[in-house]
Every structure is written in structure tokens, then in C-alpha cells.
Design a protein around this ligand. Structure first.
Ligand code: ATP
Length: 306
């Protein structure tokens, strides 16, 4: 029997290695796709972080020289604080998160973390220090446990469950017949946008990065999902230096500073109440959003009554 078992076991091993390899290659291609020409300097050092202060200093950026996207962006996220970036679609909000993660290099000015220019440190150490919860998380074709555990290789089952619980996705996973062993991704169970985002948050909670970038999904969420996601985000952002690309009022009201981006520049900045008092672009955006969400809520109630 051992004669059969050994080769089978070996095939299983090879299969797992290949599967692991494939998902990593997929991940790598995703990165390559976004940053073909970003390279470490020959003398790049690993980033050293004691107080994770993020600074954008007079940052300019374009994807295409004919079309400037960011035109002199200046801001600081003190260690442990949260800065929210809001503004019209196409204003360059997500670009800010891509530059911090160094998918692209700035074309003018600089970005520093704890005083170190992101271009002077190794990309591996930079990305290990930053947790990114993107708008649309792509899950690996593997189990939910794998997808969460990816945040910290070697994490125990208990740690994975704890992260899922903190990300407000634990009860959902436990309600599935196969629980944490449920296969997800293209060939497995399809998760909703809100569920996927909470899996990504659980992964980030496990990774426990010094710096966090949250890119909120624009898609409409029902009130309960929004509340769950908000509470998951509050957990992961607590005492972490956080940049949030925000689309929802619930995220920005508590931010330490809000930047209103328009045409690649910061048009308004301050805390929620100050910006409302200012009565400018921010005040307009939020009164419009409030109307839209109230209308949605009425529609939902009407549908429930039917
Ligand atoms: P939204 O709220 O709709 O997500 P945003 O403010 O986050 O928008 P960005 O994604 O930062 O906007 O994009 C800013 C501008 O840069 C857009 O006009 C977009 O078309 C352009 N852009 C984004 N990515 C690329 C790219 N890879 N190549 C060329 N142009 C790009």
C-alpha cells in the first residue's frame, strides 16, 4: 500500500505547490501589470518605521504627460491618525493610494514614510508595511481560510477566525455548510462586494500593517452592510496611520482631516463640521449624498412593504 500511497502523496504535494505557485504568479502579474518600470534602487534599504508618519510633499503626477492628474498635493498623516480623501469621480483619489503603495513613481515632489522617500526603500519592505484594502478585492481560487490567512503566512486557524470575527464576517462564514473550507473565487462560491471587502479587511487585520490604505467601494450598500463594514474598518484603522479614499459619509465624519480633491488639487481641507460650515464643494457633495441615501432607503422600505 505504501508503494501507491507515496507517489500519490507526492502528487498531492506537487499539486499544492503548483496551485500555490499559480496563485502567486497571478498576484505577481497583477502587480507587474500595474508597475512595469518600478525598480528598487541598487542601494535600496528595507524601510525602518518607528512612528509611521506619511507625508506627501508637493506631489505632481501624470499617467500621460499631456494630462496632469495631481498638481502639487501636500498633506501629512500623523502616526495613528486618519486622513480621508474625497472628491468627484476622476479627481485622482485612487491615484494617491497607488503612489503611496508605489505602483507608480511621482513625477514631482516626494512621498515619505517616517522621513524615508518611498523610492529609496525596497518595494518588498514598503508593501509589507502597508495594508491595502482595495475597492474590488480579487480573491484567490482557494478556501476562505486561505484567503484570510494569506495576510500572515503561518497564522493559526484560531487567528484566522479571530480576524474574521473582528472584520464582521465570521458569522457569515460559519453559516456556510463548509465554513472556512468553502472554496471561493471564480470557480467557487461567489461573494458579494461587501463580503469580499470584509474578507480583505480580515486579511489586513491579520497582516497588522503600520500603515493602512482603504479604497472604499463606490457601490451602494444596504444600511446593515454599511454599518458592518464601517465597524470592521474602525477596528482595523484604530491606532494605525490610515489613508482612506472615502465615498461614504459614515467613513469621513470621524476622520482627523478630510481632503477635498478637485482637478488634481486640494480644494478644501479640514474636519467634517468645519467643511460643512464652509458651505463649499464638500457641503454640496454631502447634502447630495444624504438625499440619495434617503431616497434609496425609502425605496428599500417600499419594497419591503410590498
Ligand atoms: P473614482 O472616484 O471614480 O474612483 P478617482 O478620483 O479615484 O475616481 P483616479 O482613479 O485616481 O480617480 O483617476 C484619476 C484620473 O486618472 C482619471 O481621469 C483616470 O481616467 C486616469 N487614470 C487612472 N488610471 C490610469 C492609467 N493607468 N492610465 C491612464 N490614466 C489613468
Amino acid at each position: 500500500l505504501m508503494q501507491i500511497y507515496r507517489p500519490l502523496n507526492f502528487i498531492g504535494f506537487v499539486y499544492r505547490e503548483i496551485r500555490q505557485g499559480l496563485t502567486d504568479i497571478e498576484e505577481m502579474f497583477k502587480l507587474l501589470d500595474q508597475n512595469p518600470e518600478i525598480e528598487d534602487k541598487p542601494d535600496a534599504r528595507p524601510i525602518a518605521i518607528s512612528g509611521p508618519v506619511v507625508r506627501f510633499e508637493n506631489v505632481f503626477f501624470h499617467y500621460d504627460p499631456d494630462r496632469p492628474i495631481l498638481k502639487g498635493i501636500d498633506f501629512e498623516v500623523p502616526a495613528g491618525k486618519t486622513v480621508a480623501v474625497v472628491g468627484p469621480s476622476g479627481a485622482g483619489k485612487s491615484t494617491i493610494s497607488r503612489l503611496l503603495y508605489r505602483f507608480y513613481d511621482v513625477t514631482g515632489g516626494r512621498i515619505t514614510i517616517d522621513g524615508q522617500d518611498v523610492r529609496d526603500v525596497t518595494q518588498t519592505s514598503l508593501r509589507a508595511a502597508i495594508g491595502m484594502v482595495p475597492q474590488d478585492t480579487v480573491l484567490f481560487n482557494d478556501t476562505i481560510a486561505y484567503n484570510i490567512g494569506y495576510g500572515r503566512p503561518g497564522a493559526s486557524e484560531e487567528e484566522i477566525r479571530e480576524a474574521a470575527r473582528m472584520a464582521q464576517v465570521g458569522p457569515f462564514i460559519e453559516s456556510l455548510p463548509k465554513g472556512y473550507e468553502t472554496e471561493v473565487g471564480e470557480r467557487g462560491l461567489k461573494l458579494s462586494g461587501g463580503e469580499k471587502q470584509r474578507v480583505a479587511i480580515a486579511r489586513t487585520i491579520l497582516k497588522s500593517p503600520a500603515i493602512l490604505i482603504l479604497d472604499e467601494a463606490t457601490s451602494a450598500l444596504d444600511t446593515k452592510t454599511e454599518r458592518d463594514i464601517q465597524s470592521a474598518l474602525d477596528t482595523v484603522a484604530a491606532n494605525r496611520t490610515t489613508v482612506v479614499i472615502a465615498h461614504r459619509l459614515s467613513t469621513v465624519v470621524n476622520a482627523d482631516e478630510i481632503l477635498v480633491l478637485r482637478d488634481g488639487q486640494i480644494a478644501e481641507r479640514g474636519r467634517h463640521e468645519d467643511l460643512l460650515t464652509l458651505g463649499g464643494l464638500y457641503a454640496q457633495m454631502w447634502s447630495r449624498q444624504r438625499e440619495a441615501s434617503e431616497a434609496e432607503e425609502q425605496l428599500r422600505r417600499a419594497a419591503e412593504d410590498d
